[in-house]
Write a protein that binds this ligand. Structure first.
Ligand SMILES: [Zn+2]
Length: 168
């Protein structure tokens, strides 16, 4: 990937990606007393990739490109491309918090379906898990499970995800 300068960004407890200026604007960095905490002096300046595991993402608030954790960057890219390809279908892919600031891309279907597909990329490999219900997901009882090595191009993951969605 060619190096570029982007804003710093964060993955928030509310399952949104925010650039640091938006994080400040939306008040998360401000104490009840009005003091700003833990913000670099150049927080609104584009920077080189802060960490080798960071990737580019889009701020959900202002649309600016910003650096976030690799898995968040990847899953946001997969979700956007998936939603673009399947926009007519009665389903949607959204990023979600899965505890401990972990990130998952979750595909849900129109009622009355309880089917839920999770895409995660926590520790390297990208995993697509197809579950009959939320309970089945909690129990880890997948009806289908696909795994791809880290570095698999986003279009390939989206194609596989579309295949899993259509395969039920
Ligand atoms: Zn922003």
């Amino acid at each position: 990937m060619t190096e570029m300068k982007l804003l710093r960004g964060v993955w928030t407890p509310w399952a949104t990606v925010w650039c640091l200026p938006c994080d400040l604007k939306l008040g998360r960095r401000t104490t009840p007393g009005g003091r700003v905490r833990s913000l670099p002096v150049d927080f609104d300046a584009p920077v080189d990739r802060p960490d080798e595991f960071d990737g580019p993402a889009t701020c959900d608030e202002c649309g600016a490109m910003c650096w976030v954790r690799h898995d968040v960057s990847l899953l946001q890219g997969v979700g956007d491309a998936f939603n673009e390809r399947t926009w007519e279908a009665p389903m949607a892919a959204n990023l979600a918090q899965t505890g401990g600031m972990c990130c998952a891309l979750i595909v849900t279907f129109a009622e009355p379906s309880t089917r839920t597909i999770y895409v995660t990329a926590m520790d390297g490999p990208i995993v697509i898990g197809d579950y009959a219900s939320e309970d089945a997901a909690c129990e880890g009882e997948a009806t289908a499970m696909l795994e791809f090595p880290d570095g698999t191009p986003i279009p390939d993951i989206v194609t596989a995800l579309v295949g899993v969605v259509g395969g039920a």
